[in-house]
Design a protein around this ligand. Structure first.
Ligand code: C2O
Ligand code: CU
Length: 478
C-alpha cells in the first residue's frame, strides 16, 4: 500500500447514568432502556506491534488492550453498553464514542463533559445503544497524537434485522507517518501540518496490519464496514469490476445506491457500509484503487477470487435495505437558521481572530502555538469554550457552514446525526444523515437537525491537527 513519496522501504512501503432529571430525553431512549448490558474493558497503554509484517521492525504504539486496532466492541441495538476504561498511558485521556447519540456526560470530551482520566485512573462509560450502525471510539485528549499513535477501535451496533449476507468484514483504515525504521514520526502538531492539510502519512494499515490481498469466493455477498480513522487522509475507493452498493453512511441507513463516480469517499472520522456481490470468476483478481484524483491513484488492495466453484450462480435477491434509526426529521419550514464560517490556515484570507477573548492578528495567532484556524471568528484554546451557537431544545435548526479557507475540512458534530441538505445550493442526493460533512474549499453546505439531545457538544474539524490549530467550537442545546 504505497501512498507517500517518502523514500522509505516497504511502502512506505510497498505499495445516564449521568442523565439528570431535568434533561430532555428523546422518547426512544427511555423505550430502548436496556434488556441487557454488554460490558467491556479498555486499557489504553503503550505497546509494540507489527504494522508492516515480519520483514520490518516492530512499531512502538499506544493502543487499547495492546492491539492496533483496539477490540471491536459489538452489541445489539437497544442493548446497554458499559465500558470500563483504565488509563495506562503517561498522560490523561478519555474515550469518545464517535457518531453515537448518547447522553452528554458519556461523550468523552475532557473538561466539557468529564474530567480527563489521569494516568492510572479509571472511568466507566455506560449508555444505551440507540442507533444500529458502524461507529468507532477514540480518545479526545491530545487527539492528534493519541489517535495518531494507534488509539482507536470499531464499535458495531448490530441491526435488529440485518440484511442477509455471507460474510461481514470491518476495515478500520489508518494512515501512519512512519520513519525508515517503521517508528512513528514524532513530529505531532507541527506548524506545517496544522496550517496546511494536517498530518498526512506514508503508510496504510487496515485493522492494524498490511492488507495486500482480500480473499473472496465467487458469488458471495459481503457487507463491508469501512471506517476512516486517519488523522487527515481522505480515501476515494474504487472497487474496479464490482458494483458496491452503499447502504449506510456514518452508521445511518441510506437508500442503497452506487457511489457517485464509482468512488466511495471516506473523510476522516467517516464510515460507509457497503454491500458487494462478488461476481468475478474463480481465480480472477481485481484492484481496489484509491482514486485520489484523475492524475493520482494507487492500488489500495487486490481482490483475489479463490479457485472454489461459485457459491451461487446469480446474486442473492434478498433486500439490502436497512431499517432506519429513530432519528427525528427536522421541520425545514419552521427551522431556526444559524451560520458557521470557517476561516484561516495557510493561504487563507483571515487577518485576525479572537483568541482567549482578545483579537489577535494572524501572525500573533501563529505565535500562540499556531492557533491559525477560526470558527465564527474564534480560535479555540480549549475544549470548554463559550458556545458558538445555542440551539433551542426541541426545535428544528438549519446550520449553514461556509468554508472560506484554501483547504478541505471534514466537519464533525458530536451527539447528533444531522441531515446534509445541500452543498453549494444543490440538494445532496439521498440527503444522508451523517455526523461528519466534508467541505471542500469555498464550499457552502446546509445541515439540519432536531435539537433533541441536551448539552454542550463539540463541533470540530476531524483533521486532528486542525483541532490543535484552534478549529473547534461548542454547540449548546438548551
Ligand atoms: Cu471523532 Cu470529536 O471526534
Ligand atoms: Cu480542517
Amino acid at each position: 500500500m504505497k501512498i507517500g513519496s517518502n523514500p522509505t522501504r516497504r511502502s512506505v512501503l510497498k505499495g445516564a447514568t449521568a442523565l439528570g432529571a431535568s434533561l430532555f430525553v428523546p422518547a426512544a431512549w427511555t423505550q430502548a432502556r436496556a434488556q441487557e448490558t454488554k460490558a467491556f474493558q479498555l486499557t489504553p497503554k503503550p505497546a509494540t506491534v507489527s504494522l508492516l509484517g515480519p520483514e520490518w521492525p516492530d512499531t512502538d504504539v499506544w493502543a487499547y488492550n495492546g492491539r492496533v486496532t483496539g477490540p471491536e466492541l459489538r452489541l445489539q441495538q437497544g442493548q446497554r453498553l458499559r465500558v470500563d476504561v483504565k488509563n495506562g498511558l503517561n498522560q490523561p485521556t478519555t474515550v469518545h464514542w464517535h457518531g453515537l447519540r448518547l447522553p452528554n456526560a458519556m461523550d468523552g470530551v475532557p473538561e466539557l463533559t468529564q474530567a480527563p482520566i489521569d494516568p492510572g485512573d479509571s472511568f466507566s462509560y455506560e449508555f444505551d445503544a440507540l442507533d444500529a450502525g458502524t461507529f468507532w471510539y477514540h480518545p479526545h485528549v491530545n487527539s492528534s497524537e493519541q489517535v495518531g499513535r494507534g488509539l482507536y477501535g470499531a464499535l458495531i451496533v448490530e441491526d435488529k434485522e440485518p440484511p442477509h449476507v455471507d460474510r461481514e468484514l470491518t476495515w478500520v483504515i489508518d494512515d501512519w507517518r512512519l520513519t525508515r525504521d517503521a517508528a512513528i514520526a514524532d513530529n505531532f502538531g507541527n506548524g506545517m501540518d496544522i496550517s496546511h492539510g494536517g498530518r498526512q502519512g506514508n503508510t496504510l494499515t487496515v485493522n492494524g496490519g498490511q492488507m495486500d490481498e482480500v480473499a473472496v469466493r465467487s458469488g458471495e455477498r459481503i457487507r463491508l464496514r469501512l471506517i476512516n480513522v486517519a488523522n487527515a487522509r481522505i480515501f476515494r475507493l474504487n472497487f474496479n469490476g464490482h458494483d458496491p452498493q452503499v447502504i449506510a453512511i456514518d452508521g445511518q441507513p441510506v437508500t442503497p445506491h452506487a457511489p457517485t463516480d464509482g468512488r466511495i469517499i471516506l473523510v476522516p472520522g467517516m464510515r460507509a457500509d457497503v454491500i458487494i456481490d462478488f461476481g468475478g470468476d474463480p481465480g480472477e483478481t481485481f484492484n481496489i484503487v484509491d482514486a485520489v484524483s484523475s492524475a493520482q491513484s494507487y492500488v489500495f488492495a487486490t481482490i483475489r477470487y479463490s479457485a472454489e466453484p461459485p457459491l451461487r450462480t446469480s446474486p442473492l435477491d434478498a433486500s439490502i435495505r436497512l431499517a432506519p434509526n429513530d432519528v427525528a426529521t427536522p421541520d425545514l419550514l419552521t427551522a431556526e437558521r444559524h451560520q458557521v464560517v470557517i476561516e484561516g490556515g495557510a493561504m487563507g484570507g483571515m487577518r485576525s481572530a479572537i483568541y482567549k477573548g482578545e483579537t489577535l492578528s494572524i501572525s500573533e495567532l501563529a505565535q500562540q502555538q499556531m492557533k491559525v484556524w477560526a470558527l465564527n471568528g474564534v480560535a479555540a484554546h480549549t475544549t470548554k469554550m463559550e458556545p458558538m451557537l445555542t440551539l433551542k431544545q426541541g426545535r428544528s435548526h438549519i446550520i449553514t457552514i461556509r468554508n472560506d479557507t484554501g483547504w478541505p475540512h471534514p466537519m464533525h458534530m458530536h451527539g447528533y446525526a444531522f441531515q446534509i441538505l445541500s452543498r453549494n445550493n444543490k440538494a445532496v442526493p439521498h440527503t444522508p444523515l451523517a455526523d461528519t460533512v466534508l467541505l471542500d474549499r469555498n464550499d457552502v453546505t446546509e445541515i439540519a437537525l432536531v435539537a433533541d439531545n441536551l448539552g454542550d457538544w463539540m463541533f470540530h474539524c476531524h483533521i486532528l491537527d486542525h483541532v490543535v490549530g484552534g478549529m473547534s467550537a461548542v454547540i449548546r442545546v438548551a
